[in-house]
Design a protein around this ligand. Structure first.
Ligand SMILES: O=C(O)CCC(=O)C(=O)O
Ligand SMILES: [Fe+2]
Length: 359
């Protein structure tokens, strides 16, 4: 029998091979969620019980206007230790730059499937530009309700040549304008670890490569049965995340460290989270926290994370400055490209990637 649109192979063909993504499915006005997207009960997100916690159970919001005030550094380092997640306001990245990159994200996803899929795994002329859907469809038992464009930054020349014209200027500007903020954050975080100065070698190790994702979560017919992104922690040093006003990001935390806490959209803010690479380099002092994204039944949501990473060729391990006082290393040395490969080979599975580096 020929595959129909609603047969499993028909859906895969339409979403993945033809490049329509879940956005294409969403726009067909499906009345119910295709079964490939149905998550096991324990992974589903019941939004009714989230986001209405008392005020102390919310990730810190830190004002960076006086970024050289030691109190700001103190707030940032404490948030990185206790929550692994915080929001920044008055962070120095112009609001216009943020608005422009959000608009550019919508512009890219509004392109016809045929145009977007020029950047698919099969057709993209570079591994550094990738349009796709879900997280790792070949490895997943249940798919995630998300489309994305992933851009690995190598050089400005390459970005100009290869990134989609509909969004490249805005994405590059967002990346460039965030760099000062990223450096400031890393300086504060390093100081607390007794790293006095970020020399060229350390800078390469902490922020030697960058990846920007444009995430698109279209309206979902049964949001309670699926996820936008499943439980995971980022493999980055740190992640700078721009989200729109829709909401849906949840992080593990609260007094019991087990609750799922909503990250409410704050106009003009940037969400920062610590990734596995920094958890390893800080020997566990800074926490790379599990997070996930709910699907939405009435609104299309976008987010634009910048993953600030070590270079693929870097060996990551607890920093010598951290171990200088005799603290015992809890992580061993790992080649960063091996770490990242291990992450992408699996479906999202919480905090399990870091097991690779545990002693
Ligand atoms: O969309 C979001 O808010 C978060 C996305 C995310 O966790 C990721 O891309 O790693
Ligand atoms: Fe993430």
């Amino acid at each position: 029998m020929a595959p129909t649109m609603t047969s499993p192979s028909g859906i895969t063909n339409f979403v993945i091979n033809k490049g329509n993504g879940v956005k294409g499915l969403s726009e067909m006005g499906l009345k119910s969620l295709p079964k490939q997207y149905i998550q096991p009960l324990e992974e589903r997100i019941s939004t009714a019980s989230f986001g209405i916690k008392n005020t102390e159970e919310s990730i810190p919001i830190i004002d960076m206007s006086n970024w050289d005030d030691p109190k700001v550094a103190e707030a940032i380092c404490s948030a990185a230790e206790e929550w692994g997640f915080f929001q920044l306001v008055n962070h120095g990245v112009p609001i216009e730059v943020l608005e422009n990159v959000k608009e550019a994200t919508h512009r890219f996803f509004e392109l016809p499937a045929e145009e977007k899929s020029k950047n698919s795994k099969e057709r993209s002329c570079s591994n550094n530009v990738r349009f796709g859907t879900s997280f790792s469809p070949q490895a997943e038992k249940a798919l995630e309700w998300k489309d994305y464009l992933s851009l690995f930054y190598v050089s400005e020349d390459e970005a100009f040549a290869l990134w989609p014209p509909s969004c490249k200027d805005e994405v590059l500007e967002y990346m460039k304008k965030s760099e000062i903020l990223i450096k400031r954050l890393l300086e504060m975080l390093m100081k607390r670890l007794n790293v006095k100065e970020i020399d060229q070698e350390k800078e390469g190790l902490l922020m030697g490569s960058m990846r920007i994702n444009l995430n698109y979560y279209p309206i979902c017919p049964n949001p309670e049965l699926t996820v936008g992104v499943g439980r995971h922690s980022d493999v980055s040093t740190l992640t700078v995340l721009l989200q729109d006003q829709i909401g849906g990001l949840y992080v593990r935390g609260g007094t019991d460290k087990k609750s799922w806490i909503h990250v409410p959209p704050v106009k003009g803010s940037l969400v920062i989270n610590i990734g596995d690479a920094l958890q390893i380099m800080s020997n566990g002092r800074y926490k790379s926290i599990e997070h996930r994204v709910a699907a939405n039944g009435s609104k299309n949501r976008i987010s634009v994370p910048i993953f600030v990473n070590p270079r693929p060729s870097d060996l990551i391990s607890p920093l010598p400055e951290v171990l200088a006082s005799g603290e015992k290393a809890v992580y061993k040395q790992v080649l960063y490209s091996d770490y990242v490969k291990h992450f992408f080979r699996k479906a999202h599975d919480g905090k399990s990637t870091i097991e690779l580096a545990k002693i």
